[in-house]
Design a protein around this ligand. Structure first.
Ligand SMILES: Cc1cc2nc3c(=O)[nH]c(=O)nc-3n(C[C@H](O)[C@H](O)[C@H](O)COP(=O)(O)OP(=O)(O)OC[C@H]3O[C@@H](n4cnc5c(N)ncnc54)[C@H](O)[C@@H]3O)c2cc1C
Length: 645
């Protein structure tokens, strides 16, 4: 049987045309509004209270809607967003170094290897400036220069300094800002917060998203919740690889369940592999640690020139070192985008020049910066990151260079949304890392926080009104057949997982799945490897349903059960990722096909055949998924071979 079939193209019907700098204003003007008295009559469910969901829920409540939020942690403050380290981009041009909305737009379209929508990216660049004002007004303690002005630093893929930061804890500080805004609304009674609740199904009534089925993770109680619209802000799915920099809980269940109910899943194979992570040290590990990209502002990346050179870094003289990023990409040097830096690290390690016990590592060296700026200055900028590195590796990066290696970090793919951030299911909106929207085939550093907050504070609160203007919709109750069916699906699935009563842990399956994905759908992919991966995933999935062991029952807290449900969904997603990677016969951004590279080893796009978003429709039973293409057009940033040389 074919691995997929092709369906009709999909179009973004809400995208405005006209001069690009007027499109967002026009869309806001032309979209319908809901008057304040009517907002009170409508309920919006927001699943996820990280940066995207927290900011959206607070803003919608501020506007007057009734909001109900859900997250699986014990507090919104524990969302994965809290881990974000390096910073958030904005086209403020405080440095007067040539930045502008247009330049941020240009850098992002180019950085995404010409696989994102121009209209969306331009809007993101416009809104970026508002985010900083909003967060400063909330009291987010961004780093400041001696004179009191907001400080910025550089991130990859840009030659201007547009990244605002709060030491190495930018996500935490931004999340506290969003959380305070959310708490204020909780206090006012406009937001009902449901922590430790996991969404396990979407309820679709007469073609519209009208609710969710959730499980109380403490009591095991399953309930159906209803609203006029549902927003998914449930983050990314990098943990399909088992080892990643993501928080252990990150998963695909909410978006995958919506996909199974009709929401298209776009570009699932676009995965970001971050170049600067602490290398894997053994098979006992369940998680990898990021060393922020901001470190490449001052750290220099190198390996020995000679293969198999086992000397310590201090014993290798300057002229026997290869600062390969500075050599190959002199214009951007150590600050090339992540996809480029990751591949370059892989290449030097494949050549046998990697460092550390496994040979899968390169140095990130601060000796020059410490000489130039002094230890105190480096401590002030990166102190907490250096401390984290030392705690994990036992090595002091002020004395010896850090050792780093690429690791899975972010997923550019996600549920397909139109310009209004609405999925293919009316009434289902998707924001933050959970959607596919703005980053194309490679996300530039410091732009996930920008996108999550743009979606949550500014875009969704405007666009959702166009949909809700037709509401309030007829009330739905738990006895509605669609709700009964959704709930029964959740209960059956839990029973099925518990009933297997096999002999292998959920983690052992997850780890094996991750190894298949890393090997064949990771930094480099090939047709043969992807076909092999699909066979292996199918075989392992079959085994999972025969041999998985989930101890305990569904009547209370049961973390094995939670994990089992998530891993079951990862199995299905993993296959779609491989199919997507297999069908995309080109290399672009984070998707590198061994068969498609330029003579000097860079990604070789095929714009004639692949300048589209791949939006996949779920097919029931054993039918293959259906591919719908959304053509991408470029009027302002013309696709060229991406060069950082
Ligand atoms: C180590 C690290 C450092 C990073 N540093 C940066 C940086 O410096 N700059 C930058 O721009 N980006 C950075 N990123 C990326 C960025 O942090 C994330 O992309 C972003 O925070 C995602 O935000 P989000 O709101 O979309 O999702 P998340 O923060 O992942 O929130 C997801 C929410 O959904 C909830 N949820 C998920 N599934 C369910 C379900 N089924 N039921 C109920 N609730 C559910 C969770 O409980 C949570 O509340 C970093 C990422 C990592 C891993």
């Amino acid at each position: 049987m074919d691995l997929y079939v092709e369906g009709d193209p999909v179009a973004d019907a809400t995208a405005p045309d006209g001069p690009i700098e007027t499109r967002w204003d026009r869309r806001r003007f032309e979209a319908k509004l809901v008057n304040p008295a009517n907002r009170r009559k409508m309920t919006v469910i927001v699943v996820g209270t990280g940066l995207a969901g927290g900011s959206a829920a607070a803003t919608l409540a501020e506007q007057g809607y009734q909001v109900r939020t859900y997250c699986y942690q014990d507090s919104p403050r524990r969302a994965h967003s809290i881990a974000a380290q390096g910073g958030i981009n904005a086209a403020k041009n405080y440095r007067n170094d040539g930045d502008s909305v247009h330049r941020l737009f240009y850098d992002t379209v180019k950085g995404g290897d010409f696989r994102s929508r121009e209209s969306n990216v331009h809007r993101l660049a416009e809104v970026s400036v508002n985010i900083i004002d909003q967060c400063v007004a909330q009291g987010v303690p961004f780093a400041r220069e001696y004179g009191g002005l907001l400080d910025t630093r550089s991130f990859g893929g840009a030659q201007v300094q547009r990244t605002f930061y709060a030491r190495g804890q930018t996500g935490q500080q931004l999340l506290l800002g969003a959380y305070q805004a959310l708490e204020r609304q909780i206090g006012l009674g406009t937001v009902e917060m449901n922590a430790r609740h996991e969404m396990l199904e979407l309820i679709v009534v007469d073609g519209r998203a009208r609710g969710i089925v959730v499980r109380d993770l403490v009591t095991g109680e399953i309930t159906s919740e209803f609203a006029d619209a549902v927003v998914l802000a449930t983050g990314g799915y990098g943990n399909v690889f088992y080892l990643s920099t993501n928080a252990k809980g990150c998963n695909v269940t909410a978006t995958w369940r919506a996909h199974r109910k009709g929401a298209y899943f776009a570009n699932p194979c676009y995965t970001q592999i971050h170049p600067t992570c602490i290398p894997v040290s053994g098979d006992h590990q369940s998680k990898l640690t990021l060393m922020s990209e901001s470190l490449r502002n001052d750290g220099r990346v190198w390996v020995p020139k000679a293969k198999g050179d086992r000397r310590g870094p201090k014993d290798i003289p300057e002229d026997e070192r290869d600062y390969y990023l500075e050599r190959i990409y002199p214009s951007f040097g150590n600050l090339v985008p992540r996809d480029i830096a990751s591949r370059a690290a892989k290449n030097v390690c494949d050549e046998g020049r990697g460092v550390g016990p496994t040979g899968l590592g390169v140095y990130l060296d601060f000796a020059d910066a410490i000489d130039r700026l002094g230890r105190k200055a480096i401590e002030a900028k990166y102190g907490n990151l250096f401390e984290m590195y030392e705690r994990i590796t036992g090595e002091d990066p002020y004395q010896v260079p850090m050792r780093i290696y690429p690791a899975v970090h972010y997923t550019m793919g996600g549920l397909w949304v139109d310009y209004d951030l609405q999925s293919t299911i009316p009434g289902l909106f998707v924001i933050g890392e959970a959607n596919f929207s703005d980053h194309g085939a490679n996300r530039l550093g410091a732009s996930a926080l920008m996108q999550g907050l743009a979606d949550g504070y500014f875009v969704l609160p405007n666009t959702i009104a166009n949909y809700l203007a037709a509401g309030p919709f007829a009330p739905v109750t738990a006895s509605h057949p669609a709700a009964v069916e959704a709930r029964r699906g959740v209960e059956d699935r839990i029973q099925r997982l518990l009933a297997v009563d096999g002999d292998r842990t959920v983690d052992s399956f997850h780890r094996e799945l991750g190894q298949i994905m890393w090997e064949h759908c990771g930094m480099e992919r090939s047709e043969a490897g992807l076909r092999k991966a699909i066979d292996e995933i199918r075989a392992l999935r079959e085994q999972f349903w025969q041999r998985v062991r989930v101890p305990g029952d569904g009547e209370g807290l049961n973390q094995s059960l939670e994990k089992a449900g998530r891993v079951a969904d990862f199995f299905e997603l993993a296959e779609l990722m491989c199919v997507d990677a297999l069908h995309r016969e080109e290399s672009c951004g984070g998707h590198f096909r061994a068969e498609h590279q330029t003579p000097d080893g860079e990604a070789q796009r095929d714009d004639e055949r692949f300048a589209y978003v791949a939006a996949w429709e779920f097919a029931d039973g054993d039918q293959p998924p259906v591919l719908h293409k959304e053509d991408l057009t470029f009027e302002y940033v013309h696709p060229t071979q991406r060069s950082y040389k």
